[in-house]
Write a new protein. Structure first.
Length: 318
């Protein structure tokens, strides 16, 4: 997830942006000339004999984020012909052998699927995770090459998508489709909790975009730390923060954040842009800083947050 208020440009992004409200189209596929709506047939439909543990999900609502726009414009490499999109909720239409979630039930999707064959998936070299067994047990975070919806595997900008049951999280019919489809962004923001944050920590969220706003809300809901939010062009005082969260890379971002951290502090990377970013290694080494880049937190915890009416999200949609 890399949702920001940055406007995309280029024909690929413009075509991807037409997804909302599109009727009568089977799928938005990535073709050599750019994203193309293709009608007829099925998208990611179940094969004649469904794969063990797989679900066929009818898409109810899908979200568009900057990652999708980068795939559409070719700045983020993806499988040719793949169906775009990775944030969605829907209802189960069919189940493969071994799948147990009820037909017709509503689920939201985790878009990272473990390959199942690498050393990480086999558990050859397990390592403890700072947030415990539930986080470490998620195979896609141990996988050396996870398969991502909308990049290596057909995604959600379609009528249906097939996913392993382990990537589907039940969500209540009582919440809006938009909120249910926001599972992946919430799980991505929860990754910030991998940082060593205590009740006495002073945490900077650097940026003025949706992932920054969502991250700040997660931190306020889940920690007792002092949270400071500043736009990504703001000058920062030196040695003021225990943890600093980056939400949008610019030329100066990493150096500014390193200078703003106290010795022994932690720099958290959250944006997933494809542009190169530079920093002075000495700024980190001289202060014994730790740099972490958590892709996701707990999807189960994210689903619980969606079900909590006190956790405000609706103003971030659109």
């Amino acid at each position: 997830m890399d949702q920001t208020d940055t406007k995309a440009s280029g024909t690929g992004a413009q075509e991807a942006g037409r997804i909302a409200g599109r009727k009568g189209a089977s799928a938005l596929r990535l073709r050599p000339g750019g994203p193309t709506w293709e009608t007829g047939g099925t998208c990611s439909a179940a094969p004649p004999a469904m794969t063990t543990g797989e679900l066929l999900v009818e898409i109810e609502c899908a979200g568009l984020c900057r990652t999708d726009l980068q795939v559409a414009d070719g700045t983020l490499p993806a499988q040719s012909g793949v169906v775009l999109g990775h944030e969605a909720c829907g209802r189960i239409l069919a189940r493969g052998p071994g799948a147990t979630l009820a037909l017709g039930s509503r689920v939201a999707l985790d878009p990272w699927i473990p390959c199942g064959t690498c050393g990480g998936c086999r558990g050859d070299s397990p390592a403890p995770h700072p947030r415990g067994a539930e986080k470490h047990a998620r195979a896609a975070l141990r996988c050396h090459g996870p398969i991502r919806l909308g990049i290596e595997r057909d995604g959600v900008f379609a009528e249906t998508v097939s996913v392993p049951q382990s990537n589907a999280y039940p969500v209540s019919d009582s919440i809006s489709p938009e909120r249910a489809a926001y599972l992946e962004p919430v799980a991505a923001a929860l990754g910030v909790l991998d940082a060593p944050i205590t009740g006495g920590s002073r945490v900077l969220v650097y940026g003025a975009n949706r992932i920054a706003a969502l991250t700040a809300r997660i931190l306020r809901a889940k920690t007792a730390a002092e949270i400071v939010c500043l736009p990504g062009d703001a000058d920062l005082p030196p040695c003021e923060f225990d943890v600093a969260v980056e939400t949008g890379i610019q030329a100066h971002t990493l150096n500014r954040l390193a200078q703003a951290l106290v010795p022994g502090g932690t720099l958290v990377l959250k944006s997933r842009g494809s542009s190169a970013a530079s920093f002075q290694p000495g700024d980190l080494v001289s202060k014994s800083l730790t740099l972490i880049a958590p892709a996701y937190g707990s999807f189960a915890e994210a689903a619980a947050s969606l079900a909590d009416p006190s956790f405000a999200l609706d103003d971030l949609f659109g």
